[in-house]
Write a protein that binds this ligand. Structure first.
Ligand code: 3PG
Ligand code: MN
Ligand code: MN
Length: 552
């Protein structure tokens, strides 16, 4: 399907380097990318073709331009060369148009099976997921809409297992979402609806890529078994954690189980239904497996209730996880990885555990399997198990070593993608000094990687999937950093709306020119990489970022 061109020949590999969470900021107090010493990126400014790419909102398939980018939508766009409606948008549309709630519509079958199951068994509808409006993994509006309709349809008992965010939203905002959802529950007449358990998302349930199954085990204990620190309410759990550590980010609030005088208010029992309302898959797959796999062996579950389990979306179409889901995802096909595999081109993907699935699963359009076992080399460097403000260099050196080794001249690898997680994972801790070190560590390793690419007569496309470290403090409406009662800047842990850098480092290729485009965005990267590989970018992809020789 891919055709070749003869405009030039790059004999070495084409390498896409994703500096995760390294956006182009406002060069202000909280811009850790600007404040970092980055001789490699500065040098790229001089020797490489340079532009910026949009990486947020509608440019990556999110519902609105107020939505920041994230790793899923960013890597989907990078790998597919095209913008697809993302989970956030698909769910938003299904809920707003109410097709999800109309009995008999094509899109409501599972919703009604779930409701009917609970009604028939006189059971409880449990909702588990990230309680915020970050719109990266979930949105509180979806919880409100679903519980409103469940109540309308006669469900009498609802329990919410609330994972507290602080990572895609303000670091200390959990109480606001708890109050909002509890007020909503109050308004559901004739329904007994309560928060039953929960905890900070980086301690409970939302592990990804099997980095720390203990997180999921803690979640299983709290949500299913009702085991864990007992509290009178979710707000009490938040307040007591903050009392102990006033600077604690919501991500790290310990697990909690809400009790009344009879004990836990909402364990998960036979006959119940469980909706995992996160739409994004990376941090939802493990809990889905714990509910669905009969031969599950990642931790001791003790009791496995016979429930009707549903995901907001199907998180992995290859593996069919979970078996049932409410909203169908976009079918992302003919991605760069798939096209290269069918053209017989050998590929490499490298990162550490925390971002391993980003360059494999997300890059390939949320597919976890390889297209061609013999043509794809995937390398995962095990991540440290710490909060990354403590190790801002993370595994950047090891990722670089592994990439350089894998790209040896005998490897036959023509295309590689590499993700350096530092700018993002450290950005999420809200620690400005650590974020500066994270960016500096990445820059140092990038130098070594680019030298290797040059030696191999290859080309590097260096970019990012969205911003994060480029804004480490919250700003007021005049773009001034907000200060807390003690005069300290208030950390911002979430991604940013900023564009990302794009450098094309092509030492052997003269005369490359940036294409004039109304908008340059992440989806322009795959066609650019294909063109540099000597292949014609396919029709269904967006334009390459450089002019073809015939157009120059
Ligand atoms: O899951 C996370 O860590 C955050 O919600 C988003 O970060 P990512 O999109 O960079 O993974
Ligand atoms: Mn990312
Ligand atoms: Mn992130």
């Amino acid at each position: 399907m891919l055709k070749t061109h003869n405009d030039f020949e790059v004999s070495g590999p084409v390498v896409v380097v994703v500096l995760d969470g390294v956006g182009v900021g406002k060069h202000d107090a909280g811009d850790a990318v600007f404040h970092a010493r980055t001789p490699t990126m500065d040098w790229l400014d001089d020797v490489a073709l340079k532009t910026t790419l949009l990486a947020h909102g509608t440019h990556v398939g999110m519902p609105s331009d107020a939505d920041m980018g994230n790793s899923e939508v960013g890597h989907n766009a990078l790998g597919a060369g095209k913008i697809y409606d993302q989970g956030a948008k698909r769910v938003d549309v299904a809920i707003r148009t109410e097709v999800l709630f109309e009995r008999g519509s094509d899109d409501s079958e599972t919703f009604f099976e779930m409701v009917d199951h609970v009604t028939r068994s006189n059971g409880t509808l449990h909702l588990i997921g990230l309680l915020s409006d970050g719109n990266v993994h979930s949105h509180i509006d979806h919880v409100e809409a679903i519980t409103t309709h469940a109540a309308r349809l006669g469900i009498k008992r609802i329990r919410l297992h609330a994972l507290l965010d602080g990572r895609d939203v303000d670091g200390q905002s959990a109480h606001r979402y708890i109050e909002k959802i509890e007020a909503h529950f109050e308004g559901l007449s004739g329904v007994d609806a309560k928060i039953a358990s929960g905890g900070g998302r980086m301690l409970v349930t939302m592990d990804r890529y099997e980095a720390e199954w203990d997180m999921v085990e803690r979640g299983w204990k709290a949500h299913v078994l009702g085991e864990g620190p007992a509290v009178g309410s979710a707000l009490e759990a938040v307040n007591s954690a903050r009392k102990e550590n006033p600077d604690l980010n919501d991500q790290y609030i310990p697990p909690f189980v809400v009790h009344d005088s009879n004990g836990p208010v909402g364990t998960i029992e036979d006959g119940d239904a469980v909706l995992l309302f996160n739409f994004r898959g990376d941090r939802a797959i493990e809990l889905s497996r714990a509910f669905e796999e009969s031969d599950f062996d990642k931790f001791e579950r003790h009791r496995v209730p016979d429930v009707f389990f549903v995901g907001m979306m199907q998180y992995d179409g290859d593996l069919g996880v979970p078996a049932r889901s409410l909203v169908k995802p976009s079918k992302i096909t003919s991605t760069m990885g798939e096209l290269l595999a069918s053209a017989g081109v050998k590929q490499l993907a490298v990162s550490e555990t925390q971002k391993y699935g980003h360059v494999t699963y997300f890059w390939n359009g949320n597919r976890s399997e390889k297209f061609r076992e013999d043509l794809e080399v995937y390398i995962e460097v095990p991540s440290d198990r710490v909060t990354f403000d403590q190790r801002p260099w993370m595994k950047a050196a090891e990722i670089t070593d592994a990439t350089i080794e894998a790209l040896n001249p005998n490897s036959g690898i023509r295309f590689a993608r590499v993700n350096y997680p530092n700018g993002d994972m450290v950005g999420h801790t809200g620690d400005f000094e650590a974020a500066v070190i994270a960016v500096e560590a990445t820059d140092l390793c990038l130098k070594r990687l680019l030298a290797a690419v040059r030696k191999l007569n290859g080309v590097a496309i260096v970019t990012a999937d969205h911003g994060n470290s480029d804004q480490m403090y919250q700003l007021d409406k005049n773009s001034e950093p907000i200060r807390d009662s003690q005069g300290r800047f208030v950390p911002m842990t979430a991604h940013t709306l900023n564009p990302v850098p794009l450098w094309i480092y092509a030492p052997g290729l003269d005369g490359l020119k940036v294409r004039e485009l109304a908008t340059r965005r992440l989806s322009n990267v795959a066609p650019t990489a294909l063109y540099l590989l000597g292949l014609e970018p396919p029709e269904h992809m967006d334009d390459p970022l450089i002019l073809k020789r015939s157009e120059a």
